[in-house]
Design a protein around this ligand. Structure first.
Ligand code: DC
Length: 225
């Protein structure tokens, strides 16, 4: 049977992963976090002392890199770099910028494209990222562009870091969010943008429950699930 796919794109901190994870559970779909895949490449560059913005150096690193995605007994997505489980390591704050820089490189996007598409061939997926509806799964059954004001997204990210026991400064987090948006939106290859046929969902001022209901409604209008 043809697999079904739901694409959720949008800037960092809009709540994509939290919401997509919950929606996947509700609908019995597999959640694919594509940001985690870019983060794994960002981590690889950092560990090897390669500048993640240096296209030639990163391209030279890729053929020797083993990046794998798997699902643990917990049903959650795990990332493996050269066989090592790096699911936690890729969440460090400093890896966000490395991932965003590496993600701007066409060689990196090409390298990771097939991995994402093959997940959608094998499972009913709810996949989140920046270019899922535009590039990775242009024929997705449902496309959602999830966003919120930068200040609201920075505040969520700030709280998330504190909850993880990491030190954070709200002003600094906001600057990073704005800078990452700018980089993700202005890059030449697969920039962050709303697909023409994507439903727009703005979660500024909505809590998790409200956002979840909003997305579930959009999905059920378009897909019999
Ligand atoms: O969603 P995230 O913060 O974990 O993503 C990390 C970086 O990866 C983000 O700055 C943009 C990039 N990314 C991308 O370019 N395309 C995707 N499909 C997913 C993430």
């Amino acid at each position: 049977m043809k697999k079904r796919s739901i694409a959720i794109d949008g800037p960092s901190g809009a709540g994509k992963s939290t919401l997509a994870k919950r929606l996947a559970q509700e609908l019995g779909f597999v959640y694919v976090d594509t940001g985690a895949i870019y983060r794994t490449v960002g981590l690889a560059a950092r560990r090897r002392g390669v500048d993640p913005a240096d296209g030639e150096a990163v391209a030279a690193m890729l053929p020797r890199l083993s990046v794998d995605m798997g699902y643990g007994e917990d049903g959650l997505q795990h990332m493996y770099l050269d066989g090592e489980d790096v699911t936690q390591a890729i969440r460090e704050n400093e890896i966000s910028a490395c991932a965003s820089k590496a993600a701007a490189l066409p060689a990196v996007r090409d390298f990771l494209l097939e991995m994402q598409r093959s997940a959608a061939r094998e499972h009913d997926v709810i996949m989140d990222g920046r270019d899922i509806g535009t590039v990775v799964l242009p024929h997705a059954d449902v496309k959602i562009y999830l966003t919120a004001k930068a200040e609201a997204r920075a505040e969520r990210r700030y709280k998330e870091l504190l909850e993880r026991g990491q030190r954070a400064d709200l002003e600094q987090v906001l600057r990073e969010v704005v800078e990452r948006d700018r980089r993700d939106e202005s890059r030449e290859t697969a920039p962050l943008r709303r697909a023409e046929d994507a439903a727009l969902a703005d979660t500024t001022g909505l809590d998790l429950e409200g956002s979840f209901r909003l997305l579930l409604g959009i999905i059920r209008e378009r897909l019999d699930v």
